[in-house]
Design a protein around this ligand. Structure first.
Ligand SMILES: [Mn+2]
Length: 310
């Protein structure tokens, strides 16, 4: 019976990735990590790059697994950002789909230095990132998305993208603030966000944030103080109990389990809600790299393997 190991955001933590694959029983054979059980494969939830010391090695390892058929991967917002960074707008302005400003450069410069911006390897990575699906929804496979499973957003994306690699035109349109495609890609790759009340903000990755991510897996009571996610170590003060009636649009209504990353969780891994499993436990900072193993013979049960920060 197929077994899937769903692996969280690696963010260049190559040593943790090798340790995790080893703990799960994968071995390097003919240039790619593979499990001795041919029916057991890995699924990466995206965000291989940005932050850590081993970003190129991480991309090369995962790409080899995907090409060998021992892993699948969905795109993370950081792979999408890498494409936007390298995609010129076509309006003659000299601008890029992702602005080359200081804050955004600081979020991406470690990757650009490691891969060498503009090098043949950089272009190889970009060409591979273009081929990554934005979600996996296939019979016999777990449902996987980087940040948020949202049918309306996915429908908007599917209408434009189909199953083609991501074109420059798609990347430009999805980078135009306010376009339908921009909103849809934001929800799927970064999750829904809400405006914070005036005067409430926090600072993250060299930018002042006046919006907060929301816990789309926990929208029973859609009020700001209960659903806003303020990053670990950041202080936005006391959040008010403002009602957010539109937040319920992001509720996940299916009985099918859904797996995702992106949310920098802390503590012991486990489902965040019934059938909803986040596998990002902050490996990119000082947290653990986590895999959730699901066996199609025993649906509804999950085993977690974690490699703590050394
Ligand atoms: Mn992410």
């Amino acid at each position: 019976m197929p077994i899937h190991d769903i692996i969280g955001d690696v963010h260049g933590q190559f040593a943790k990735l090798v340790a995790l694959l080893d703990a799960l029983g994968y071995r390097l054979v003919d240039g790619a990590y593979r499990h001795p059980d041919p029916e057991r494969t890995a699924i990466f939830v995206g965000d291989l790059i940005d932050r850590g010391p081993g970003q190129v090695e991480t991309v090369e390892l995962v790409r080899a697994m995907v090409e060998a058929g021992s892993a699948r991967m969905v795109m993370g917002n950081h792979e999408f950002n890498a494409l936007g960074w390298a995609t010129p707008m076509d309006d003659g302005s000299g601008a890029w789909a992702r602005p080359h400003n200081e804050a955004k450069r600081s979020q991406h410069e470690a990757y650009l230095a490691q891969v060498v911006e503009g090098s043949p390897l950089h272009h190889e990575h970009l060409d591979w990132f273009r081929t990554l699906p934005l979600w996996i929804d296939e019979p016999g496979l777990p449902r996987v998305v980087h940040a948020c499973w949202n049918e309306p957003a996915m429908t908007s994306i599917r209408e434009v993208l189909g199953d083609q690699p991501m074109s420059a035109e798609f990347i430009r349109e999805a980078s135009r603030t306010g376009s339908n495609l921009y909103e849809a890609v934001e929800v799927v790759l970064k999750g829904p966000e809400v405006d914070l009340p005036s005067g409430v903000e926090f600072r993250l990755e060299n930018e002042d944030r006046t919006r907060a991510r929301i816990a789309w897996w926990n929208l029973e009571e859609p009020i700001l103080s209960k659903i806003a996610l303020i990053p670990h170590g950041q202080d936005a003060g006391t959040l008010p109990d403002t009602e957010l009636p539109h937040a319920v649009d992001y509720r996940y209504e299916s009985d099918q389990p859904v797996y995702f990353g992106h949310y920098w969780m802390r503590g012991a891994p486990g489902p965040v809600a019934d059938g909803m499993i986040c596998v990002d436990y902050s490996a990119g900072k000082d947290g653990s790299l986590v895999a959730c193993t699901v066996d199609s013979a025993t649906p509804g049960t999950w085993e977690f393997t974690e490699i703590p920060h050394a």
